[in-house]
Write a protein that binds this ligand. Sequence first.
Ligand code: MG
Length: 383
Amino acid sequence: MTVVGVIVAAGQGSRFGGETPKQYLALAGKPVLRHAVEALQATRSLAAIRVVIDPAQRAAYEAAVGDLGLLEPVAGGSSRQESVKRGLESVIPLAPAHVLIHDGARPFADPALIGRVLAALDRHDGAVPTVPVSDALKRVEGEQVTAAVARAGLHRAQTPQGFRFRAILAAHRALDPAAGVEDDAEVARQAGLAVAAVAGAEENLKITTAGDLARAERLLGAAGEVRTGTGFDVHRFGPGRALKLGGIEIPFERGLVGHSDADVALHALVDALLGAIAAGDIGHHFPPSDPRWRGADSGQFVLHAAKLVAARGARVAHVDLTIICEAPKVAPHRAAMAARIAALLGIALDRVSVKATTTEGLGFTGRREGIAAQAVATIMVPR
Ligand code: MG
């Protein structure tokens, strides 16, 4: 019995207000779509998965799930139903018996729920996971409650919805595109197919608003475990070098000496990030003996550390950097450094702190022999 999955992820997420469509937003360090795909793959009962995408988002798609062994994605249509239809047409050569149609913005379908959907297909043309409505229902017009709606017998429909493949394909082909149906269970029902309701799950939420994303983070326990790492670095001043500090170039009569661009602040930051995931230190990842890093922009070390953090499913909550020197004056450059670091880490500006201090003329920094930097990184790791 061949089962294939069709995941619709062609939406542009306009209700979210941001540039990134919701299926590509990070949820506990992983794109929402990746959660959705992995949820279907976890059942081990699917022969193949096809994702329907907006071709303009191909790069985001590849970054999110390009390594998961999926079928080549197909382009969606102007409506969800058109996108599903294209997905169904595209898997005809696989001759599936059953198909699971799933929302790319629904990250938490659990194997038990998917099992209930598939089991119901023994006796029905289609099966949809539903959750009974428990709140009182009101019709609201403007700010006014104008009517009560009886909730008896009302359920909310979720995905994945399962169907006998030939039956749902025929139903989609027969559907009037102007019918304005909201899901595949309704496409099936309008074609006269028998659709069963199986138990859905409250946790199987769809990410539609920023509030949904926050709720999903809480469900994952993404706010559950905090880890911190610290970093410290020193570089000496030398002649003939530009001064790179905190990811930007600062006009100064001397630069720092080192194998790379010697950005002491970013080096401390990299060690803090690596420390938070217990992944060694900067010298381990970028040995000074390696000619590849001669004169290298230390921004790429930060990007690498951020990638390792993301690979653990973690996200950077906050970084705090202290630069220790008598000169140059850091204050005029603090905002530019923070902006550069926030961009490198892909986090909001209010999650980046850059501070500076002197050592009151004492020690090597007091003698203006070099610059020291220390950093603390705080990351959130899902349980
Ligand atoms: Mg260094």
